[in-house]
Ligand binder design. Structure first.
Ligand code: NAI
Length: 404
């Protein structure tokens, strides 16, 4: 195989001109949108670097395609390839029903310790949105990806396991638990919280963002969500005291004005944050959240700017990163050349930025804006636009490449 591996030396990624990038095609609409994304990414890289750079795609299997070939939903070889080649692109995977698998997506994140789920939310002009001024929303959500409810510690009502846990909680810990309850436990650790908040602050510094907001439900869950907030502030103080300033300090020492060059660190309670993203989205930039809050906030804010069809995502660990669409495999539209590849294309844009190939990344965003402006879009966007021309998945990708 041609292509060169991405390597890590001295805490830095070395990106060759022809990196091998493993990709998982995905189930359902995966085949259609992955093909479309590769067409657009390849063209952008070719044009931006005049053929000097090129992604060498390497298909690795997961989901239905893997199961058909090997009887395994998530072969170890696939996980090893994602580890070995550092950066990967992933189509959506259908969660197999039964068989004891919770979700292939969650398993990949946990096995590779991709602890930050990163979801930018921005508005593309021309897309139908429920907001009056959707262009004011420009957020990036860093959601903790391995702890909280994703740790998956639960016992079903009526089982001997739940009885043991209930007996311990009632008899030893003095808790009151309604009869026949199912029980779930959410762990939130200092290391997990700090790893996540560190990524959010590093992003804010690199991209010159004005603030990082820690979102939590700490008024009720003091030792998990509340602790997440405390550890977040602690991390900012310990590692980024030069670059950051807290809202408290701004109010007590600087008359409410953030000093030039400083990133504001504040926090908001989760329920209030949902109001804030609707009413004052322009006041927020980078959000750092535990798992469940981040899940809700990512989908809600994506809906604010027009839906999941244009919502990209990435799962990032210390170095490893897997870029994927926020939506699922939409089996209803599988192999119909109908689905909107925008979300996976924009995930690819995040991937190019991660590689440091900013010029190619920017050219795709511009071309996508232009294509939407020309009203040549997939069905999901077309049905909400007057005078739009409906394109298939692949034709939409080609229209974007023509605008690069
Ligand atoms: P979904 O996101 O696949 O689809 C919900 C609806 O959204 C679809 O019926 C369709 O109307 C629309 N939609 C989604 N993506 C679209 C696109 N690219 N273009 C146009 N319309 C689009 O969610 P659902 O139906 O809940 O899940 C289907 C499967 O996908 C499940 O097995 C689920 O577990 C899995 N899933 C996988 C994810 C991943 O791979 N990261 C994320 C979410 C769900």
């Amino acid at each position: 195989m041609s292509g060169t591996k991405i390597t890590i030396t001295n805490n830095k990624l070395n990106i060759p001109n022809n990196p091998i990038i493993p990709y998982i095609e995905g189930d359902g609409i995966g085949a259609d949108i992955t093909l479309a994304a590769k067409i657009v990414l390849d063209e952008a890289v070719k044009k931006a670097y005049k053929g000097e750079k090129k992604i060498e795609w390497l298909e690795v299997l997961a989901g239905e395609k893997a199961y058909a070939q090997s009887g395994e939903w998530l072969p170890e070889a696939t996980l090893n390839a994602l580890r070995e080649y550092v950066v990967g692109l992933k189509g959506p995977l259908t969660t197999p029903i039964g068989g004891g698998i919770r979700s292939l997506n969650v398993t990949i994140r946990q096995k590779l310790d991709l602890y930050a789920c990163v979801r930018p939310v921005r508005y593309f002009k021309g897309v139908s949105s429920p907001l009056k001024e959707p262009e004011k929303t420009n957020l990036i959500i860093f959601r903790e990806n391995t702890e909280d409810v994703y740790a998956g510690i639960e016992w079903a009502s009526g089982t001997s396991e739940v009885k043991q846990v209930t007996d311990f909680l009632v008899n030893t810990m003095g808790a009151k638990i309604p009869k026949d309850s199912g029980i779930g436990i959410k762990p939130i650790s200092p290391a997990g919280s700090k790893n996540l908040v560190r990524k959010a602050i590093q992003h804010a510094i690199a991209q010159k963002k004005p603030s990082v907001t820690i979102v939590h439900k700490g008024n009720i869950m003091k030792f998990t969500e509340g602790a997440f907030k405390e550890w977040g502030y602690e991390l900012a103080r310990e590692e980024f005291s030069k670059e950051t300033i807290t809202e408290d300090e701004v109010n007590t020492k600087y008359d409410g004005k953030v000093p030039a060059g400083k990133i504001l660190i504040n926090d908001r309670i989760a329920d209030s944050m949902f109001q804030q993203i609707l009413l004052r989205p322009e006041q927020y930039s980078v959000l750092a959240t535990p798992n469940l809050n981040g899940d809700y906030l990512s989908d809600a804010s994506a809906a604010q700017v027009g839906g999941l069809g244009l919502a990209p995502g990435a799962n990032i660990g210390d170095y490893l990163a897997v870029f994927e669409a926020t939506h699922g495999s939409a089996p209803k539209y599988a192999n119909k050349n109908m689905a909107n590849p925008g979300s996976l294309i924009l995930s690819g844009v995040m991937m190019l930025e991660y590689l440091g190939w900013q010029e190619a990344a920017d050219s795709i965003v511009k071309a996508l804006e232009k294509t939407i402006g020309q009203k040549t879009v997939t069905y999901d966007l077309a049905r909400q636009m007057d005078g739009a021309v409906k394109l298939g998945t692949k034709e939409f990708a080609v229209a974007i490449t023509e605008n690069i």
